[in-house]
Write a protein that binds this ligand. Structure first.
Ligand code: NAD
Length: 288
């Protein structure tokens, strides 16, 4: 199946970035959110990202306008009736995602792939509320989608080989490198990343080393672009805690248990860059 029209649900951090990369490939792109305000914020985020791409010489001014015009913003999911693929990027809450999938299933054509950008929820739990579990798949983009080259495709126990194949081709068309993961907590990347990050928090919490030395050790010693504590501040400590909790629920393995300091920091509202304070202090939260 040729994918020419994409519908994205959720114009937040991830949905707006996914819409941008689809529109930049010339795909007809629709993006829906629950209200005008988040759509406006999403549009500003896309415009900001496109202008940054223009400053880096990757797009001309005319192309910036063209891409923005390519994206149709709506609060009405009924407009997704012609979509070949729908990508859901609403908050990480299973009842919310299943209600979105029930609506998409009733609106999107039978041929359409229904994809979720979930970072941690079981794909099969989402697929089972639809009449087409074989057409449901995980498309785990990384933040920010226009910059990060990876797309982790997650197939559930019910996903068909055709759906996997078409999703892979779609991701390649977006310029992504594809890795395929099973529908297990953490998929590939978070399963490996989270224990590394939580070990860094435990080292810091025990007073073994300073935050700067832990981060510099991994930056200069291992060539990582960011140290683990810096990376946690970038991801958001609330998001990291959510992923730790869901991995611990899935595997009951102490490697995934969130360190007490992480939980206390989240309780205190120290969420990282977005709140102005995490393992480091930030003058002000950067614009989304
Ligand atoms: N932020 C990341 O680094 C990251 C990375 C990979 C995957 N993810 C996953 O992507 C998904 C979205 O995350 P995000 O960071 O973009 O969240 P976000 O909070 O920035 O955006 C979510 C958007 O969904 C909208 N929304 C809520 N309910 C809706 C509904 N019923 N219909 C339409 N829109 C609705 C919200 O208004 C908001 O604009 C989550 O599943 C998250 O786990 C996030």
């Amino acid at each position: 199946m040729e994918i020419s029209t994409v519908g994205i649900v959720g114009a937040g951090l991830m949905g707006s970035g996914i819409a941008e990369i689809c529109a930049r490939q010339g795909l007809r792109t629709l993006i829906a959110d629950s209200g005008d305000e988040p759509l406006k914020t999403g549009r500003q985020r896309i415009a900001g990202s496109l202008h940054r791409a223009r400053e880096r010489g990757k797009l001309s001014a005319g192309e910036v306008e063209q891409v923005l015009e390519e994206i149709h913003f709506t609060t009405d999911l009924d407009e997704f009736a012609e979509c070949d693929i729908c990508i859901e990027a609403v908050p990480e809450h299973l009842p919310l995602k299943t209600s979105v999938f029930q609506r998409l299933d009733s609106i999107a054509p039978e041929r359409a792939i229904l994809a979720t950008n979930t970072s941690s929820l079981p794909i099969i739990e989402i697929a089972r509320v639809t009449s087409r579990p074989e057409r449901v798949i995980g498309t785990h983009f990384f933040n920010p989608p226009p910059v990060m080259r990876l797309l982790e495709v997650v197939r559930s126990i019910a996903t068909s080989p055709e759906t996997l194949h078409e999703t892979r081709e779609f991701g390649e068309r977006l310029g992504k490198r594809i890795i395929v993961a099973q529908d297990r907590g953490g998929f590939i990347v978070n399963l490996l990343l989270i224990p590394f990050l939580t070990h860094a928090v435990r080292l810091y919490e025990s007073g073994f080393a300073t935050r700067e030395d832990i981060d510099e050790g991994m930056r200069l010693g291992c060539g990582h672009p960011m140290g683990p504590l810096e990376l946690l501040d970038y991801i958001g400590l609330d998001t990291a805690l959510f992923v730790c909790d869901s991995l611990y629920d899935e595997y009951a393995n102490a490697d995934y248990a969130p360190p007490p300091l992480l939980r206390r920091m989240v309780a205190a509202g120290y969420l990282g860059r977005k709140s102005g304070r995490g393992f480091y202090e930030y003058e002000r939260p950067p614009a989304a």
